[in-house]
Design a protein around this ligand. Structure first.
Ligand code: ATP
Ligand code: MG
Length: 221
């Protein structure tokens, strides 16, 4: 992406959340974004994941200029290529682990048998096949986040975007979540971009972008 800006209208004025961000993530990379609260990290991740569009600038995803796509094309791109993970897990409380993971496939119209098979494979990959019948309230925070990772995997994404995935976890569960993300990156060559406040988490990624006041101020390799 080149010279990306994002302004939110606020009352009569505007908040400039991003003020000309240029960065490039190659396929198969594992990159983290750090920065103080309000520096624009989540805004940047939303744009990266096509959940939001920039006010100006050029964003190429897989060589396609995202700003030229309409809403349908954007949602197709998201569903097919991108998996999202959030700090607060976002699991549906009334559904068990298996059903939560199946959900994106229900939206896609995948038949029940196939849905279950794919969801179970994904839960196996995060080490939770023994918890498929548990509701989110019957799972630890780390387990809930692993269910959320499994849910992000059902569409075979090439890109995983995670907004503080370890923010609500104790250090052991955080390690487990990072182990899984590292493995997905190394073994399946999935590109991973992760926001974190935790230096130890950032150190496990290959490159760190530092964001401040809507601008990249530093890059560690
Ligand atoms: N929908 C919105 N409308 C108006 N202003 C917004 C909106 N979303 C974000 N902002 C503003 O944009 C700036 C960047 O917000 P953003 O959520 O990207 O920060 P962040 O780096 O993710 O912070 P945190 O670490 O607290 O999650 C903030 O000043 C915020 O108040
Ligand atoms: Mg944020």
């Amino acid at each position: 992406m080149t010279d990306i800006t994002k302004a939110y209208p606020l009352g009569g004025s505007r908040v400039e959340a991003l003020k000309g961000v240029s960065l490039s993530v190659k396929e198969g990379e594992f990159v983290s974004i750090m920065g103080p609260s309000g520096s624009g990290k989540s805004t940047l991740l939303s744009i990266t994941g096509c959940l939001d569009v920039p006010t100006s600038g050029v964003y190429l995803l897989d060589g396609k200029n995202v700003s030229q796509l309409d809403d349908d094309e954007l949602s197709l791109l998201r569903n097919k290529r991108i998996g999202f993970i959030f700090q607060a897990f976002h699991l549906l409380p009334r559904f068990n682990a298996l059903e939560n993971v199946e959900l994106p496939l229900i939206y896609r119209g995948t038949p029940k048998d196939e849905r279950e098979k794919i969801a179970k494979t994904c839960l196996e990959q995060v080490g939770l096949i023994h918890r498929i019948g548990h509701a989110p309230s019957e799972l630890s925070g780390g387990e809930q986040q692993r269910v959320a990772i499994a849910r992000a995997l059902v569409n075979s994404p090439r890109l995983i975007l995670a907004d503080e995935p370890t923010g609500n976890l104790d250090s052991t569960s955080a390690e487990e979540v990072m182990d899984i993300l590292c493995r997905l990156n190394e073994e399946r060559k999935i590109t991973v971009v992760i926001i974190t406040h935790n230096r130890g988490v950032a150190e496990r990624t290959k490159r760190v972008y530092h964001l401040k006041d809507g601008q990249i101020v530093d890059e560690d390799k």
